[in-house]
Design a binder for this molecule. Structure first.
Ligand code: NI
Length: 172
């Protein structure tokens, strides 16, 4: 079946496609650009600050982000690789557009570098020790099938038990 970018929607936990390990994008084609545009639209409508391809059911290593939620702050990262994780970590509440109703405090390195390709296929590299660093790590987790519910504390697992159970029950 042909991929129609305008038909893509955000999948919700426990959809099995959220657990796939995404594969590198070999060429930045018009289709890739159309999918990125659709994902930015879905992210803004939600609203959210990041969205990864597995969340729309595609096994592609790409995510979109907009840390400030301002119109001129849209970013697309193709085949992202993280490096230079800081020793220092921070705990911060995270949500996920695929897991509505669940908020969990996640510990991550505060600073990180992301290397990727942009929509023209040109290499880009950014460094952050602020919200962007957290978004990149959250979205790169998605590309490996990892969700915040895999990383949350025992206390948060308990606090979110009902919300998680309701999401699981919704698909039965
Ligand atoms: Ni997420």
């Amino acid at each position: 079946m042909a991929l129609v970018p305008s038909k893509l929607t955000i999948l919700q936990y426990p959809h099995s496609k959220l657990r796939i390990r995404a594969r590198p994008i070999e060429e930045t084609t018009d289709l890739v650009r159309q999918v990125a545009a659709r994902m930015l639209k879905l992210m803004h409508e939600a609203p959210g600050v990041g969205l990864a391809c597995p969340q729309v059911g595609l096994p592609w290593r790409m995510f979109v982000a907009n840390p400030s939620q301002q119109p001129d702050d849209d970013w697309v990262f193709i085949n992202p690789v993280l490096s230079n994780h800081s020793q220092q970590t921070g705990d911060r509440d995270e949500g996920c557009l695929s897991i509505p109703g669940v908020i969990a405090e996640i510990r991550r390195p505060l600073g990180v570098t992301v290397s990727a390709l942009d929509l023209q296929g040109n290499p880009i590299e950014q460094v952050s020790d602020e919200l962007s660093a957290r978004i990149w790590q959250h979205e790169c987790d998605h590309l490996d099938g990892t969700l915040i519910i895999d990383r949350m504390t025992k206390a948060d697992r308990l606090a979110n038990k009902r919300a998680i159970r309701d999401l699981e029950a919704a698909v039965r």
